[in-house]
Design a protein. Structure first.
Ligand SMILES: [Zn+2]
Length: 392
């Protein structure tokens, strides 16, 4: 509220000075010619602002000024004198900046084409239009969640995924202890998976939301976003290894340690500034694909020890295979930027590769949760006994 008043005052001062040529007018609000002047100045800000928005602001300000009395006119004159003492050029720049901040604050910006984006916002040159302009205001970024632009689909796919996994996680944690053999241990194990999923999805929707804030903010959040993917993969391994190698604590510990080392390495690599650049799109897909595919070794171990039939039935390998196919397809589409590379400009808003990748990540994590839940149920059915001669 306080800031709103501040912004209005800024705008008011700005308009006073833009009226300096006609300061003697009888206070009937802005004349149409000075309004045109405002628009002209706003036009210099490039394609960032909406024309009708500018007029709207002038209109509302003029409505407030209408009951103008003599003392107010004196105040206005004083203000004009004060404003004229400023160096004119610097003042003009300030004025434009104030107007721009006010417009962004009010959410009156419009989408811009790829060509006019600053370098730090240029990521996918197959998305030709519909980009948000740089908006150094968190409030404006968060309000843009409800607007249509290139990131709308990316934000919502993982925002809804985040809500889904938060809900599933809470349900699992609140499940009565009688459904577990070792409730505390098993809830910690499931908790690791949900923590990974919730962190990954929330870092992701937050990154896509504040991506247009500024170079520094976008860089910081992109690192969190990539680290989140590593956390999701690490967290997914925990319950799977726990139940698949239920009666073999030694290989379980070894595989768990290896995936932790690999995951932390991926997080360290993600802190490298150039990791996020378009040039390293394939590197990124490769790092996370490699981390996920490290699961091939324990899968082979399980399949060789238990046989193909047990691996697909008891071991739920069908579900984990489906999960892997989804992740790999997602990473492939992401790296190759399919479908937009074949139809540039046709997938600017909906069905671009990044959105498909997001949906596949959420679906794969859900399939993984389903497979792990079946593993948990199976071990519960055995009453946690490790007497079965061949089962790991
Ligand atoms: Zn993303």
């Amino acid at each position: 509220m306080h800031k709103d008043t501040d912004a209005q005052e800024l705008l008011h001062v700005g308009q006073m000075s833009s009226r300096k040529g006609s300061a003697t007018s009888q206070g009937n609000g802005l004349s149409s010619s000075s309004r045109d002047g405002d628009d002209l100045e706003l036009a210099e800000l490039g394609p960032l602002l909406e024309g009708k928005g500018a007029q709207g602001a002038s209109g509302s300000a003029s409505a407030k000024e209408q009951p103008c009395t003599a003392p107010q006119e004196e105040e206005e004159e004083e203000e004009v004198v004060r404003v004229l003492t400023l160096p004119l050029q610097a003042h003009h720049a300030m004025e434009k900046m104030e107007e721009f901040v006010y417009k962004v604050w009010e959410g009156r910006w419009r989408v811009i084409p790829y060509d006019v984006l600053p370098d730090w916002l240029k990521d996918n040159d197959y998305l030709l239009h519909g980009h948000r302009p740089p908006m150094p205001s968190f409030r404006a970024c968060f309000k843009s969640i409800f607007r249509i632009h290139t990131e709308t689909g990316n934000i919502w796919t993982h925002l809804l995924g985040f809500v889904l996994f938060l809900f599933l996680g809470i349900l699992t944690m609140l499940r009565p202890n009688m459904y577990f053999m070792a409730p505390l241990q098993e809830k910690v194990v499931f908790g690791m998976f949900f923590l990974g999923a919730v962190l990954c999805l929330s870092f992701s929707w937050l990154f896509h939301t504040v991506y247009c804030h500024s170079e520094k903010v976008s860089r910081t959040f992109s690192k969190l976003d990539y680290s989140g993917i590593a956390l999701l993969i690490m967290g997914s391994f925990v319950p799977w290894l726990y139940y698949s190698f239920y009666c073999s604590p030694q290989p379980r510990l070894i595989y768990l340690s290896i995936v932790c080392v690999l995951g932390i390495s991926a997080i360290i690599v993600a802190q490298w500034d150039r990791f996020a650049t378009p040039k390293h799109r394939q590197t990124r897909a490769g790092v996370f694909l490699g981390l996920g595919l490290s699961g091939v070794v324990p899968t082979m171990h399980f399949t060789i020890a238990e046989g193909f039939v047990k691996a697909t039935t008891v071991g739920q390998m069908g579900w984990f295979f489906l999960m892997a196919v989804m992740y790999i397809t997602g990473a492939g589409l992401y790296a190759a930027r399919i479908p937009e590379r074949f139809f540039p400009g046709k997938f600017d808003i909906w069905f671009q590769s990044h959105q498909i990748f997001h949906v596949l990540v959420v679906a794969a994590a859900f399939v993984h949760f389903y497979g792990v839940s079946n593993l948990q149920e199976f071990r519960y059915g055995l009453e946690g006994g490790c007497t079965d001669d061949s089962l790991l």
